[in-house]
Ligand binder design. Structure first.
Ligand SMILES: [Zn+2]
Ligand SMILES: [Zn+2]
Length: 140
């Protein structure tokens, strides 16, 4: 069972079964490429190669490298210069959808937003309070 889809790599139709995102032919090519990249990276002196260098040396596309890192086929723990672009700023990251800087910024904004909400709630509470209780206290 599956559905007919366009292969994003070559544009041809293939039967999508939920496992492969590209057609059989491209899957095979990707696997060959992976082997080549892996062979390249396995050499001690290439462990710390940057994505640019790997692309240059093996002919793989950046997109494929990003995909493999994202899926954990190439582990940034072993190859420190590998990563994939942050959804927000495009800087390389190795976990989640955002790089550390953007994740921290998002956290910050979230906190500010929550703080603003709390402040607004507190203000509303105190306004209500002021109306019912506060006024009396002030006049006392
Ligand atoms: Zn294809
Ligand atoms: Zn970012």
């Amino acid at each position: 069972m599956g559905e007919l889809r366009n292969c994003p790599t070559c544009g041809g139709f293939f039967n999508y079964t939920g496992i492969r995102e590209v057609c059989g032919k491209c899957t095979q090519q990707e696997e060959q490429m992976y082997e080549e990249v892996y062979r390249f990276l396995r050499r001690r002196e290439n462990r710390a190669a940057t994505i640019e260098r790997i692309v240059e040396e093996t002919g793989v596309t950046e997109t494929l490298l990003h995909k493999w890192v994202r899926r954990g086929r190439l582990q940034p723990a072993l190859f420190p210069n590998l990563g994939y672009p942050c959804d927000n700023c495009g800087a390389l990251t190795t976990k989640g959808k955002l790089c550390e800087a953007c994740a921290a910024q998002l956290q910050n904004e979230l906190k500010q937003f929550e703080a603003a909400e709390e402040f607004r709630d507190a203000l509303q509470q105190s306004e209500k309070g002021a109306y019912h209780v506060g006024r009396n206290e002030e006049t006392l």
